[in-house]
Write a protein that binds this ligand. Structure first.
Ligand SMILES: NC(=O)c1ccc[n+]([C@@H]2O[C@H](COP(=O)([O-])OP(=O)(O)OC[C@H]3O[C@@H](n4cnc5c(N)ncnc54)[C@H](OP(=O)(O)O)[C@@H]3O)[C@@H](O)[C@H]2O)c1
Length: 284
């Protein structure tokens, strides 16, 4: 039951109808008997400042941020975690007596899941990342912070990949190169890569017949990760599995980023297994 003592958290973005965060968080709070509520709050770009000012005055201990506000919210924050500052976007915010601090748990959420699920050490691996949007920024920056051996960034809009590569190399001692999205370049670099990560929205529901990498280019030595979690087994992952590659689904990153937000807000260890189980009940 929601009462005056209920600690509020939530998600601001637009559209939110397909987000599974409200389900994953609220169901976890119920099972743990926590007096917390996670509210989906759809916010238009022009209303962002008004909503943020309202949140400062209410019983919120924090909230998540998603598209399209992950970058535009930064000027309204009172403080920002150094990694989130480097990434240039936030997805988790704490609220303490109206003081807002931003974090980014997307990159750490993905990389720690990749490391534990595949038992790999990023520092001796060559990564090939498809996409240079918000999620790619978080993942690439976190891989560089983990001393990845080399990162290749492929993006439809090459300028965005070049900008990200240059920012990464200004912060970290990591070789990062932007590459044009063509099959010849991709084929040559796949031979050198250990892990291929799709961070584009190619293959996302309802366009489930699309893939960012042609079947013929995939090779069995690769670990292939897709951060899309709807569907869980994208066309890219289905074809990678058929080729004999190790595969990593987007569910792990989703649960991890949510679990990290839980820990930041409550200052308690996150119930990772429970959150994973709760999400799987929805996805299956
Ligand atoms: N598992 C998780 O927890 C999690 C967390 C965050 C995001 N995601 C998923 O990750 C995906 C990207 O999210 P985001 O926040 O990074 O979005 P974003 O900032 O909008 O970036 C989208 C990326 O996809 C590329 N792209 C889009 N359509 C394309 C097409 N038709 N062909 C080639 N490239 C295309 C864009 O290229 P251009 O730069 O050329 O436009 C850009 O690199 C979404 O599917 C989202 O659901 C999952």
């Amino acid at each position: 039951m929601i009462d005056l003592q209920t600690k509020l958290v939530g998600l601001i973005g637009k559209p939110l109808e397909h987000s599974l965060s409200p389900w994953m968080h609220n169901e976890t709070y119920t099972r743990l008997g926590l007096n917390m509520a996670y509210l989906p709050i759809e916010v238009l770009e022009n209303d962002l400042e008004t909503v943020i000012n309202g949140i400062r005055k209410m019983n919120f201990i924090g909230f998540n941020v998603t598209i399209p506000h992950k970058i535009s919210i930064i000027p309204y924050l009172d403080d920002i975690d150094p990694l989130a500052k480097q990434i240039g976007s936030v997805n988790t915010i704490t609220c303490c007596n109206g003081f807002l601090k931003g974090y980014n748990t997307d990159g750490e959420g993905f990389v720690s899941y990749l490391e534990t699920s595949q038992g790999i050490n990023c520092s001796d691996k060559v990564f090939l990342i498809m996409g240079s949007g918000g999620a790619s920024r978080a993942i690439a920056m976190t891989l560089a912070a983990r001393k990845a051996k080399k990162i290749y960034l492929f993006n439809r809009t090459i300028e965005k990949a070049k900008q990200l590569a240059s920012e990464i190399m200004s912060y970290y001692d990591c070789i990062c190169q932007a590459k044009n999205l063509d099959d010849t370049t991709l084929k040559a670099l796949i031979k050198k890569a250990d892990v291929l990560i799709n961070t584009t929205s190619v293959g996302l529901y309802p366009n489930i017949d699309q893939t960012p990498v042609k079947y013929d280019l995939l090779s069995s030595h690769l670990i292939v990760a897709d951060i899309i979690y709807n569907p869980l087994h994208t066309r890219l992952l289905q074809e990678a599995k058929e080729k004999g590659c190790g595969i990593v689904t987007g569910e792990g990153m989703f649960v991890n980023q949510g679990a990290k937000a839980f820990a930041i807000w409550t200052k308690q260890p996150a119930p990772y297994s429970m959150m994973k189980r709760v999400l799987e009940e929805k996805l299956i």
